[in-house]
Design a protein around this ligand. Structure first.
Ligand SMILES: [Zn+2]
Length: 169
């Protein structure tokens, strides 16, 4: 996901120690994510940044919901999402980036942008399957789906016919 300027933290002027940031993600964020499934949402993001001479340790906490289509009835629903992600930025000339949580940044950098990591934190904590609570599913669609499922049961008479066809061939 492209960086959004509101998630840029200018750390060069900060004192060593702990700093806290709050962001609120809404429709603009989910539109900018380019993920078609994310129709809308409201997610509060709390970031704690621990600054020391060569390290910026950020802890990202997300809490809220994303509006998506229900996998069962296809009507919009609020999928809750909550979780944490730690991301460590190291100011170094070496490339010490690992697959986990460490990213190397230029020792002369003045700021970091967290959009990508916030997006990642949300994606990682979303369940793969998102459905309404059973009683909240669109009742008409749910009924229709049940009928379709019933109709998809293979008709035993076809099996008999198929057998006959094979025998006569
Ligand atoms: Zn549903």
């Amino acid at each position: 996901m492209e960086a959004l300027s509101e998630h840029t933290i200018a750390f060069s002027g900060l004192k060593d120690g702990s700093h806290a940031y709050d962001f609120m993600l809404g429709a603009d964020f989910f539109r900018a994510s380019g993920v078609e499934e994310y129709l809308d949402g409201k997610v509060s993001v709390k970031v704690t940044l621990e600054k020391s001479m060569y390290l910026l340790v950020t802890l990202i906490h997300v809490d809220g919901y994303i509006e998506m289509l229900c996998d069962h009835c296809n009507a919009p629903m609020h999928q809750p999402v909550e979780g944490d992600q730690r991301q460590i930025f190291k100011l170094t000339e070496e490339n010490e980036t690992d697959e986990d949580e460490l990213v190397s940044i230029d020792p002369n950098a003045q700021e970091i942008n967290l959009t990508h990591y916030i997006f990642e934190c949300i994606s990682l904590h979303l369940p793969i399957r998102h459905v309404h609570l059973p009683e909240d599913c669109d009742p008409e669609v749910a009924d229709a789906l049940e009928i379709i499922q019933v109709n998809h049961e293979p008709d035993p008479r076809w099996a008999v016919l198929n057998e006959l066809k094979h025998k006569s061939a």
